[in-house]
Design a protein around this ligand. Structure first.
Ligand code: PLP
Length: 354
């Protein structure tokens, strides 16, 4: 059935899959809502796009997205608020970052109105897929990639832009142990560590597997030059609490400018907790764990929000960290979730309510 809700044509699913899903036990990113948004761009001209059932795209095998990784993505969340609105957290920042990523791969920009009209309509058409506040949130995954199917290593001319959404449960961390690696680097100056191209992730998987074989869950990425300074953990930004001050590596071109990281820095100021953006060496972490001043480490990202780290493997030195009540991670997470859920005043203008 083809209908027209707002301005975007909709081809609806014949039968929704929603009824078969237990929303009280949602996994992360394995269940996709009924519909997706798809638009194309050819030589800089955009088609308006459409909503259609989530499913195969008809990509050709020679597509540059597949051959050369000409593909970028974003990830952000929407929550249902106590008054029943849908609140999307900082989507303007994700739209901007998507286009920063695209520009770095010589791709065109996704127009603001196309992105937001699609987002609003997609969430509306799939509103039965929006979890209740206690069940979780809606994860939103825009993806933008080149479909040209010649073998030229050149900027593309034909692109597709897709948005899909997934209802996701609350994040239950479990034990999080991270270990440094000297064999692999995630990013290096002049590379693409500060954007979200698909190619950044494939190169981390073997390192992650080896970290897991060593009894940890993921990798602490060090700088690519000296392998001395901590940059990120897994696919999250990282923050430590040393002597009561929250410290996080500065954005100097090799670190992904996380929106959770940015929000955390603002909220720490609100909470009156000192915060510094500066380089943190592995030696400093080892020394501050020995003298007891290193009290916390946590990851920051959309999926896990604030994820306490329980164990650090620092070039052979194993450091254990206990979670405790009133920790910086706890206070930060509480403050962030309260804003994201629309439970407190949105003082920084971060929510877009639909
Ligand atoms: C997406 C991502 C993050 C987190 O960014 P958010 O905007 O907070 O979700 C951190 N590090 C890497 C490598 C990422 O890809």
């Amino acid at each position: 059935m083809s209908t027209n809700t707002g301005s975007i044509p909709v081809t609806r699913v014949e039968a929704s899959r929603r009824g078969a899903i237990d929303f009280d036990a949602l996994p992360f990113g394995r269940i996709w809502s009924d519909h997706m948004f798809v638009a194309s761009c050819q030589d800089g001209m955009w088609t308006d796009g459409e909503l259609r059932p989530y499913g195969p795209l008809g990509l050709r095998p020679a597509a540059r997205a597949l051959q050369y990784g000409l593909s970028v993505f974003e990830g952000f969340k929407a929550q249902k608020t106590p008054d029943g609105d849908v609140a999307v957290f900082r989507p303007e920042s994700n739209w901007r970052r998507l286009n920063t990523s695209a520009a770095r791969l010589a791709m065109p920009a996704v127009p603001h109105d196309l992105f937001f009209d699609a987002l609003v309509e997609l969430i509306d058409v799939d509103r039965v897929w929006m979890p209740e506040p206690h069940q979780g949130s809606l994860y939103i995954r825009p993806t933008f990639f080149c479909v040209d199917d010649d073998l030229m290593v050149e900027p593309g001319s034909g692109f597709q832009f897709v948005i899909m959404t997934a209802p996701v449960g609350p994040y239950f961390g479990g034990e999080l142990g991270l270990v440094t690696t000297r064999r692999y680097v995630r990013a290096f100056p002049g590379g693409t560590g500060d954007i979200k191209p698909c190619g950044n992730y494939a190169g981390t998987l073997l390192a992650t597997r080896e970290a897991q074989e060593a009894g940890y869950q993921n990798v602490i990425w060090l700088d690519g030059i000296e392998k001395r300074y901590v940059e990120e953990c897994g696919v999250m930004n990282v923050m430590f609490v040393i002597d009561g001050t929250a410290v996080t590596p500065p954005l100097e071109g090799t670190i992904l400018p996380g929106i959770t990281r940015d929000s955390a820095i603002v909220l720490l100021a609100d909470l009156g907790i000192p915060c510094e953006e500066r380089r943190i060496s592995v030696e400093e972490l080892v020394l501050s764990s020995r003298d007891g001043t290193l009290t916390e480490a946590f990851g920051l990202g959309t999926a896990a929000s604030v994820a306490p780290i329980h164990r650090l493997g620092l070039d052979g030195v194993d450091v254990r960290l206990e979670e405790f009540e009133g920790s910086v991670a706890d206070r930060l997470k509480t403050a962030l979730l309260a804003i994201q859920r629309g439970e407190v005043e949105d003082r920084h203008g971060w929510l877009r309510r639909l």
